[in-house]
Design a protein around this ligand. Structure first.
Ligand code: S3P
Length: 444
């Protein structure tokens, strides 16, 4: 049994969520903070870095490539940038663990280096589609070998030059957009990416913070290759994707009232707030401010009676990581919730449509998976007592979603294969307990 299969959550039913909570730093921004500070000129200080396995994999990769990094300690890091051409050839394959963001963004950043590199990942990451990045990178002149199925390992060979590209994304993906922008830094001429729908724009914002010119006009973002990045100070907000579990938990549990501190509310990430509000949730954004180029607020969430909705398709990319938690909200809502246009959920850390549908069915909730979404009829959540535990399929967000479901379940809920919660939310179990969830973790 590997590390990812050896932790179970045992949740006793009931409880309320209360208090001021600070969830860990934003995962997407943490990855980017390492990548950009590493290739910048000068020393960057980072605060609020997520010390989870995913972003630590990115950090370790840059150490392998000769970047000196102090920390992390209490979320603080000092990165001594080596400049655009200062990375060194790694001595071994770079292990991206469970992280799609690390692998896809690094593929872009490494495509234009003067040395070869190989990117590998765990079982789940090794199943995820990589042609979405290798195909456009190849058009730019990169040389990348994948498995026959277009999956990792990715073997990158040095090439004499990359050329800028004008690329229309076939799927709305911030990872693909960011991959191409990072490759574009090393390409001759202009690289433009056209998005079918807005996706998270942390790469654009952070490049600007590092003094790199990025132009945006509507769905099109462009940059010129060959510039340089200047070190800066970065403050990373708390991750709205982690806060989402407490937003849903406080909404569905009686007598709940939580304040989630300093959460990033970038407009490209707030689908979870918009959708929950449409469902009737009580969510207030307090003390809105800017931190490190990103909008931030304290988020107050109180119990509310939720109703099922048709989730607007334009919210899908803005809430793409929050659907497992939102499905729990839908299971506790009056009436039916319908999600469409979300086929991407099938190629995340697990097939999140099927895995969530299976777990909800185990709890007695009618959930009909569809190729591009799901239909969920709200009802009373049962229990796994005397039955099989719910299987998280090594997917952090599935594990945390079913843990939160315990707040409204009729009996105990057991979730197995939860160790990967550490990829995005180290300390989830203790923070959730502190807030009022009756959760125990147990080595299986
Ligand atoms: C991410 C983009 C999204 C998201 C992932 C993080 C990023 O993936 O699901 O967790 O940091 O750019 P896609 O680009 O595949 O939608």
């Amino acid at each position: 049994m590997d590390a990812a299969t050896n932790l179970k959550y045992l949740v006793s039913p009931g409880g309320s969520l209360k208090g001021r909570l600070r969830v860990p730093g934003d995962k997407s921004i943490s990855h980017r903070s390492i990548m950009l500070s590493a290739i910048a000129e000068g020393t960057t200080r980072i605060r609020g870095f997520l010390e989870g396995a995913d972003s630590l994999a990115t950090l370790a990769a840059f150490r392998e490539m000769g970047v000196e990094i102090d920390g992390p300690e209490g979320g603080e890091l000092t990165v001594r940038g080596v400049g655009m051409q200062g990375l060194r050839q790694p001595e071994r394959p770079l292990d991206m663990g469970n992280s799609g963001t690390a692998m896809r963004l690094l593929a872009g950043l490494l495509a234009g280096q003067r040395f070869p590199a190989t990117l590998v990942g765990d079982e789940s990451l090794s199943r995820r589609p990589m042609r979405r990045v290798t195909a456009p990178l190849t058009e730019m002149g990169a040389e990348i070998l994948t498995s026959g199925e277009g999956t990792a390992p990715l073997r990158l060979q040095p090439v004499s030059r990359l050329a800028g590209i004008d690329y229309r994304l076939p799927v709305a993906s911030a990872q693909v957009k960011s991959c191409l922008m990072l490759a574009g830094l090393y390409a001759e001429g202009r690289t433009c990416v056209n998005e079918p729908a807005p996706t998270r724009d942390h790469t654009e914002r952070m490049l600007t913070a590092f003094g790199y010119d990025v132009s945006r006009s509507g769905p099109r973002v462009c940059l010129e290759g060959g510039g340089s990045l200047k070190a800066c100070a970065l403050e990373i907000p708390a991750d709205i994707s982690s806060a989402a579990f407490f937003m849903v938990g406080a909404s569905i549990a009686r007598d709940s009232d939580v304040l989630l501190e300093s959460v990033g509310i970038n407009p490209t990430r707030v689908g979870v707030i918009n959708i929950l509000r449409d469902m009737g949730a009580s969510i207030e954004l307090l003390d809105k401010r800017m931190a490190g180029g990103e909008p931030v607020a304290d988020i107050r969430v109180r119990s509310a009676r939720l109703r099922g909705i048709r989730i607007p398709v334009d919210q899908v990319p803005l809430a793409i990581d929050e659907f497992p938690a939102l499905f729990i909200a839908a299971a506790c809502a009056d009436g039916e919730t319908l999600l469409t246009g979300a086929e991407e959920l099938r190629v995340k850390e697990s097939d999140r449509i099927q895995v969530m549908a299976d777990g909800l069915e185990q709890l007695g909730i009618e959930a009909e998976p569809r190729p591009d979404g799901i239909r969920i009829r709200g009802g009373e959540l049962g229990s796994t007592e005397g039955a099989d535990a719910i299987h998280a399929h090594s997917d952090h967000r599935i594990a945390m979603s079913f843990a939160i479901a315990g707040l409204r379940a009729r009996g105990p809920v057991e979730v197995q294969d939860c160790a990967n919660v550490d990829t995005s939310f180290p300390g989830f179990a203790s923070l959730a307990r502190q807030a009022g969830l009756h959760l125990e973790g147990e080595a299986a």
